[in-house]
Design a protein around this ligand. Structure first.
Ligand code: HEM
Length: 446
């Protein structure tokens, strides 16, 4: 029984298409076999599907460290091995050296208290509610310009033509990247995702990852210097000038934070928008109800986050010998916090597989919980609200006959790579002052 379950977890790690599309029965079976945690030999980690246990773990950072959130050490080894090989190329030596020194630094999602507390105090204000409120018209305007490109066509790929672009354009604007450099920016973002949820990236992939990190740091060091000299009221200036009690953040901390904003802000929000579009295009009663009662949109977004969590799970590592509900855990062992599975724990959420927008409360952990609670959740929620309304404005939006579900190649981030829909052709949304993103970026996923 345990072996069979572990075999299925191995298939998830191998990114079996069926399991990436529908991991829920596997998570239910793991939960049933857990007491309260299940040790997976295949993953080399305790798999946590219990909502309560997951919250207990994240609230105890002294015992459960964040130092390697996206992979166990075993899975990090291939990256280190490939890095050694890549270092042999003279033009990559400096980039690999930077990669090594960077890997030792701990920033936000890889940091523990007290560094993490310091960093959050310095960076939280970058996503302060007043800034997000002021940003809403711009999100709406970018959204309108994206929809304008396909509104009259009556059909679109809502992932490629909308969900990828809205978060990308917004975060790049917030970080001060000019529109004509969006494609390069998107390339970095894709490369940063390479080691996430793919057990064994190839040498070429590791090379691209290291190279992109290096280029990103070069590019942003200049921008950061500019904003230190001449601060503006924007996200990049906040990061450039972040300090706690008069102490500035270090160079590594600022670069690490910017990299995480780029990566964490893109793939996850794209996924959420794709899930939202899929729900609206397949559940027409719900779509029509929401279209006529827009005040229900925020509750709908929360249920979309709970029902199909964009982040399937992330790791913690034990800093000392401890236990999980009485099961002994040795120092150095990993736990995989399956946020998306915990959101479907029937102990915490009645009828968890049903999509119900009137859940009250809806205390999901799609953005995590505790000290590492997602710093960008306000931005993600804003983009999801604007995105839902934009998709509801496409009359009779419906899944196209030729649509087939395909999912990202990752066991850590779960999201659709395309969403083909049809709708009644409509006039473009209000003309916007913002030029639509470049054609090259639109073609990026083709
Ligand atoms: C639907 C969209 C999003 C989802 C589902 C999501 C999910 C998460 C989760 C689960 C965590 C907690 C990680 C942990 O406990 O180890 C997290 C942390 C984080 N998120 Fe998000 N996120 C989203 C959007 C964003 C955006 C838009 C940004 C920034 C622009 C962002 C930046 C971050 C950062 C920097 C962290 C690390 C915070 C820390 O460790 O203190 N995320 N996110």
């Amino acid at each position: 029984m345990t072996d069979l379950l572990d075999g299925r977890i191995q298939r998830l790690l191998d990114r079996d298409e069926e399991l990436l599309a529908c991991p829920w029965p596997l998570f239910d079976d793991v939960r049933s076999a857990s007491d309260p945690a299940f040790y997976s030999e295949a993953m080399g980690a305790w798999v946590i599907t219990s909502y309560q246990l997951l919250r207990d773990i994240v609230l105890d950072p002294a015992t459960w460290s964040n130092r390697s959130p996206t992979a166990t050490y075993e899975f990090r080894n291939p990256v280190a091995e490939h890095a050694r090989a890549v270092e042999e190329e003279p033009e990559m030596a400096e980039a690999v050296a930077r990669f090594r020194s960077r890997s030792r630094g701990r920033v936000l999602n890889t940091a523990d208290p007290p560094e993490h507390v310091r960093q959050r105090r310095a960076l939280n204000r970058a996503f302060r509610p007043a800034r997000l409120r002021a940003l809403e018209p711009e999100v709406k305007s970018v959204s309108d310009s994206l929809v304008a490109a396909f509104a009259q066509r009556g059909r679109a790929d809502l992932v490629r033509e909308y969900a990828v672009l809205l978060p990308m354009v917004m975060i790049s604007r917030m970080l001060g990247v000019p529109e004509d450099e969006l494609e390069m920016f998107k390339g970095w973002s894709d490369d940063f995702a390479i080691p996430i949820g793919r057990a064994r990236p190839s040498r070429d992939e590791v090379r691209s990852y290291i190279k992109s990190e290096y280029e990103f740091d070069q590019y942003f060091s200049t921008l950061v210097e500019q904003r230190q000299a001449e601060p503006r009221n924007d996200l990049i200036s906040d990061v450039a000038n972040a300090e706690v009690d008069g102490e500035p953040l270090t160079y590594e901390e600022r670069m690490g934070a910017l990299r995480q904003f780029l990566l964490a802000g893109n793939e996850t929000t794209t996924t959420l928008l794709g899930n939202i579009g899929h729900r609206l295009a397949t559940n027409h009663d719900l779509r029509d109800r929401l279209a006529s009662s827009r005040d229900l949109v925020p509750a709908f977004v929360e249920e979309a986050l709970r029902h199909e969590g964009p982040v399937t799970g992330l790791f913690r590592v034990a800093t000392c010998d401890t236990d999980l509900g009485g099961k002994p855990v040795a120092k150095g062992e990993f736990a995989w916090l399956a946020f998306a599975a915990a959101n479907r724990d029937p102990e915490a959420c009645p009828m968890p597989d049903a999509f119900k927008i009137d859940r009250d409360p809806n205390d999901h952990v799609a953005f995590g919980y505790g000290e590492h609670y997602c710093i960008g959740q306000g931005l993600a929620r804003l983009e999801a609200k604007v995105g839902t309304n934009a998709m509801l404005d496409l009359p009779n939006v419906t899944l196209a006959n030729e649509h087939t579900d395909a999912f990202m190649d990752s066991y850590i981030l779960r999201g659709r790579t395309q969403l083909l829909v049809t709708f009644d052709p409509t006039h473009s949304p209000t003309e916007s002052d913002n030029s639509p993103p470049s054609q090259e970026l639109r073609e990026h996923r083709e």
